[in-house]
Design a protein. Structure first.
Length: 343
C-alpha cells in the first residue's frame, strides 16, 4: 500500500510539473513581435550620437552634480521638460508644466523643494492603461569641493529615456501610435532614499491600478568587473517577481532585436546587495505593479567624482536602450494586457 501511494504521488507530481511546463511554453509561444520591421525602424532611431549629447549635457560641470533641491538639478529638470516640449510630447493635463512638486517636508537633510518630470504619449486603443519608463535625474552634488557628475548614475538612464521618448514620437508621426499610453518619468531624490518615486506612487498622476508595468533604468552606460572580458550584457532584476510574463517579454525583446547576455545574478531574493530594493522601481513594486530594473552593476567610479561622461561606453548604452525600447513597445502594443501573476 505504501508503494502504491508513493507511486501515485510521483504520478501526480509529474502531471503537475507537466502542466506548469505547458503553461510556460504557451506563455513564451504567445509572446511574439508581428511587426519586427516596424519595431526595428524606430529602435534604430536611438543612436550613440544623440545619447552622448544628452548624457554629456546632464552630467556636465555646470549643473554641479544635480543634487536634489539645488539649482543645478532644477536646471537639468528644465532641460528635460524643454526637450519634451520641443518634441511635442505632452505633459499630463493636471500638471501642464511637466512638473510634479516634491515638497521639502517629505525630503531628508533639509533639502529644498524638488520635482519629478513627467511626459507621456497617449495610447490609441487603451489610453487609460499605462507603461512607465523611469529613471532618476538627481545625483550627489558637490562633496568636499568636488563635483559628482553622475554620468552613469544616472545620466545614462536619463539620456536613454529621452531617446526612447523621441523614438516613440517618430513612430506616432508615422502613424504607429502605441495602443497603451507610455509615461516618461524622471524622478528626483533617488540618491537620498527613493523619495521622488515614493512621492509619485503615493500621489500618482495616472491611476496606479491601470499601470501595466514599470521599466526602470539606473546605470546602463558602463561595464563592471565581472564582465570586463565580455561587455555584451545587462543585469535584469525583478522582472519575474510579480509577473512571469514580463520576464519572458524582456527575453523575447532581447533575442529578437539585440542579443545581449541577460545576467540574473542580482535577481535572487537572497542577493546581499539588495539591488531590487535600491532603485525607483521598488516603490511601484510595493503597489503590486510588475517592474523590471536594468542595471550595469557597480564599477570603479560608482558614487565617485570620477563618474564622468568620457568613460561611458556609448555603443553599449545604445544597445541596452534598444532592449528597453523593444520591451516597452511590446507591452504597449500587445493584444492582451500584461498578466500580473507568477506561473
Amino acid at each position: 500500500m505504501k508503494i502504491l501511494v508513493a507511486s501515485a504521488l510521483i504520478l501526480v507530481g509529474s502531471c503537475a510539473t507537466l502542466r506548469h511546463s505547458e503553461k510556460i511554453d504557451n506563455l513564451k509561444n504567445g509572446i511574439t513581435y508581428k511587426d519586427e520591421k516596424v519595431v526595428k525602424k524606430y529602435l534604430n532611431t536611438i543612436t550613440t550620437e544623440e545619447l552622448k549629447a544628452h548624457l554629456e549635457e546632464v552630467s556636465s560641470d555646470k549643473y554641479n552634480g544635480r543634487k536634489t533641491g539645488e539649482e543645478g538639478h532644477n536646471q537639468v529638470c528644465d532641460y528635460i521638460r524643454t526637450y519634451y516640449k520641443s518634441k511635442n510630447i505632452k505633459a499630463p493635463e493636471s500638471h501642464s508644466n511637466y512638473y510634479q512638486k516634491v515638497p521639502k517636508e517629505i525630503l531628508p537633510d533639509s533639502l529644498n523643494d524638488s520635482q519629478n518630470v513627467i511626459a507621456y504619449i497617449e495610447g490609441s486603443e487603451y489610453p487609460n492603461e499605462y507603461i512607465y519608463i523611469s529613471a532618476h535625474s538627481d545625483h550627489e552634488g558637490i562633496i568636499k569641493g568636488e563635483i559628482y557628475n553622475g554620468a552613469d548614475d544616472n545620466g545614462s538612464g536619463t539620456a536613454a529615456v529621452l531617446e526612447m521618448a523621441e523614438a516613440f514620437t517618430i513612430a506616432v508621426k508615422d502613424g504607429h501610435r502605441p495602443k497603451r499610453s507610455i509615461v516618461f518619468l524622471h524622478v528626483t531624490a533617488e540618491e537620498v532614499g527613493l523619495h521622488g518615486s515614493r512621492y509619485y506612487t503615493e500621489n500618482p498622476i495616472f491611476p496606479l491600478e491601470n499601470t501595466i508595468a514599470t521599466l526602470n533604468i539606473d546605470m546602463i552606460g558602463r561595464v563592471d568587473e565581472r564582465h570586463k572580458d565580455n561587455e555584451n550584457y545587462v543585469y535584469v532584476i525583478g522582472a519575474d517577481r510579480l509577473s512571469t510574463e514580463l520576464h519572458y517579454v524582456v527575453e523575447e525583446a532581447n533575442s529578437e532585436f539585440v542579443n545581449l547576455n541577460l545576467d540574473y545574478k542580482y535577481n535572487s531574493e537572497n542577493d546581499p546587495n539588495r539591488y531590487y530594493n535600491r532603485s525607483d522601481h521598488y516603490n511601484f513594486a510595493l503597489k503590486g505593479i510588475p517592474v523590471v530594473f536594468f542595471f550595469n552593476g557597480e564599477h570603479e567610479d560608482y558614487t565617485k567624482p570620477t563618474d564622468t561622461a568620457d568613460k561611458i561606453n556609448y555603443p553599449l548604452l545604445e544597445k541596452r536602450a534598444k532592449l528597453i525600447f523593444a520591451s516597452a513597445w511590446y507591452l504597449a502594443n500587445s493584444p492582451e494586457r500584461l498578466t500580473p501573476e507568477i506561473i
